[in-house]
Design a protein. Structure first.
Length: 202
């Protein structure tokens, strides 16, 4: 079970414009289904992720959140991250729970890309085509991508984000936060399906 940090919701005008944009993003038919928020420590990445989670949860949106571990807590592997995404979505989408569980655990998450497609994307697409997700949006929030594993162990999943997901469900959105680590910047920058948001400390 991933730990939940004690992070407060954005207050006042803190990154207000970004928070407001997420509502438009989730409701639109944009092809930029991945938002990547990056910045140095203290720039507000986790606060934004937490605020988006709280606000979207009040709407008709299924939110799966993988939170940045607290200091001193053992980091989960990337396979555990994918398993947590599938588990959280399965809880929020009862109609496709079985498919998500099977895709996630039967493959033992040996191949990260395949596991993510089989346990998350394919069940969402099947549910969308069978009209089980009418008027629903699904947002996955992965806070602190740079803190999960090494550049080597996370390379498969980052490559999947970089190259894009074929036939991605229109209900699907992915919000990623990270520090601007070299491997992540190289993979996610200047991609047509990814909106990059750079944070500065004012």
């Amino acid at each position: 079970m991933l730990s939940i940090p004690n992070v407060d919701k954005c207050i006042g005008n803190t990154r207000t414009e970004i928070i407001q944009e997420t509502h438009t993003w989730t409701a639109s038919a944009t092809t930029q289904y991945i938002w990547w928020v990056n910045g140095i420590p203290g720039s507000g990445k986790t606060t934004i992720a937490r605020t988006v989670e709280l606000e979207l949860a009040q709407e008709n949106i299924v939110v799966s959140v993988i939170r940045k571990p607290m200091d001193g807590v053992q980091l989960p592997s990337m396979s555990e991250v994918i398993g947590s995404i599938a588990y959280n979505l399965a809880r929020g989408l009862d109609t496709i729970t079985q498919d998500m569980y099977q895709g996630c655990f039967q493959k033992s998450l040996v191949l990260l890309e395949s596991a993510f497609l089989d346990s998350v994307i394919k069940p969402l697409k099947a549910a969308e085509m069978s009209k089980q997700l009418i008027d629903k949006k699904v947002v996955i929030i992965l806070d602190g991508l740079d803190q999960y594993g090494s550049s080597k162990t996370r390379s498969g999943l980052i490559e999947l984000f970089s190259e894009g997901i074929a036939d991605v469900p229109s209900c699907f959105r992915f919000l990623i936060t990270s520090r601007p680590e070299e491997d992540i910047v190289r993979a996610l920058s200047s991609k047509s399906h990814i909106k990059e948001i750079k944070l500065d400390i004012h």
